[in-house]
Design a protein around this ligand. Structure first.
Ligand SMILES: C[S@@+](CC[C@H](N)C(=O)[O-])C[C@H]1O[C@@H](n2cnc3c(N)ncnc32)[C@H](O)[C@@H]1O
Length: 223
C-alpha cells in the first residue's frame, strides 16, 4: 500500500480554522447518536443523487460517516468503506464492509492505498474539517482517475465544532469554499447542486420546505 501523505495547498488562514470548542473532537462524538442529522426530503434527494452518480462496481468511501450512509438499498457496490469517530455508530451501519476510526483534525493521512477508491462521500461532515486542504489532497491521492468526491450538506451544524470559515459563511459561501479547496488540490469541479427539498408529511403537501440540499461534486482528472 502506498501511503506517502499528500499535504495540500493552503486556502484557509489560521483564523479561519479556529472553532469555539477546541477540545478533542473524539470526546464530542464519544456517545453514539442514533439520530438522523438531515430530514427525509434531504435524504431522499441524496440517495437519488448517489443512484445517478455511483455505479455498482464502485469502491465507495463514506468519510465522516455514522450509522447511515444514504446509499440506495437495492444497489450492491464492490465495497463500501466507512470512516468516522464513533465505533458503535459505524458498527451499526449495515452498508459498511469495513471501517476505521480517525480524528481528521489531528491526523489527515488516510490509511488507504493510492488510486484505490472510486467515489468518496462526505455528508454533513466537511463543515467540521480544520485542515480541509490536506484531506482533499489525500482524497485525490486515494481516488482512481475519473473517480469522484461528493460533498453534501445542508444549513445546519454543531456550531461550536465548526471552524470560523463555516460559521461565518452563507450557504453560497459554503459551496464556493468547498469547491475552492477541492480545485486548489487538483480536483476538477463537475457539478454544484443547490435545491430546495419538500418537507415530509402534510406540511410538504402544503408546499412546506425541508432541509435545503447542497452538493459539490468533483472528479479526479484522468492523466
Ligand atoms: C453530523 S454527523 C454526520 C454523519 C453522517 N455523515 C450522516 O450523514 O449522518 C458529523 C460526522 O462528522 C464526523 N466528524 C466530525 N468531526 C470529525 C473529526 N474531527 N474527525 C473525523 N470525523 C469527524 C463524525 O463521523 C460525525 O458523525
Amino acid at each position: 500500500m502506498t501511503t506517502t501523505p499528500a499535504t495540500g495547498i493552503a486556502v484557509l488562514s489560521d483564523q479561519q480554522r479556529c472553532k469555539l470548542d477546541e477540545s478533542d473532537d473524539a470526546l464530542f462524538y464519544a456517545e453514539p447518536r442514533f439520530v438522523q442529522h438531515l430530514d427525509g426530503g434531504f435524504r431522499s434527494r441524496l440517495t437519488e443523487l448517489y443512484r445517478e452518480r455511483i455505479p455498482p462496481c464502485a469502491v465507495v468511501l463514506d468519510l465522516m460517516s455514522s450509522w447511515v450512509s444514504h446509499l440506495p438499498d437495492d444497489v450492491t457496490y464492490e465495497e463500501v468503506i466507512g470512516h468516522g469517530l464513533n465505533a458503535a455508530e459505524l458498527q451499526a451501519n449495515p452498508r459498511l464492509d469495513r471501517h476505521w476510526l480517525q480524528n481528521l483534525n489531528t491526523d489527515q493521512q488516510l490509511p488507504l492505498a493510492d488510486a484505490s477508491v472510486d467515489a468518496t462521500l462526505i455528508v454533513a461532515g466537511w463543515q467540521y474539517l480544520q485542515q480541509p486542504e490536506a484531506i482533499a489532497a489525500e482524497l485525490l491521492r486515494i481516488t482512481r482517475p475519473a473517480g469522484q468526491v461528493v460533498v453534501s450538506f445542508s444549513n445546519r451544524m454543531f456550531f461550536t465544532k465548526a471552524p470560523q470559515i463555516w460559521t461565518d459563511g452563507s450557504d453560497r459561501d459554503h459551496l464556493a469554499y468547498v469547491a475552492e479547496v477541492l480545485t486548489a488540490q487538483g480536483w476538477q469541479l463537475d457539478r454544484l447542486v443547490t435545491e430546495d427539498t419538500r418537507a415530509e408529511g402534510p406540511l410538504g403537501w402544503l408546499g412546506g420546505k425541508g432541509d435545503p440540499f447542497f452538493s459539490v461534486i468533483a472528479v479526479k482528472p484522468s492523466p
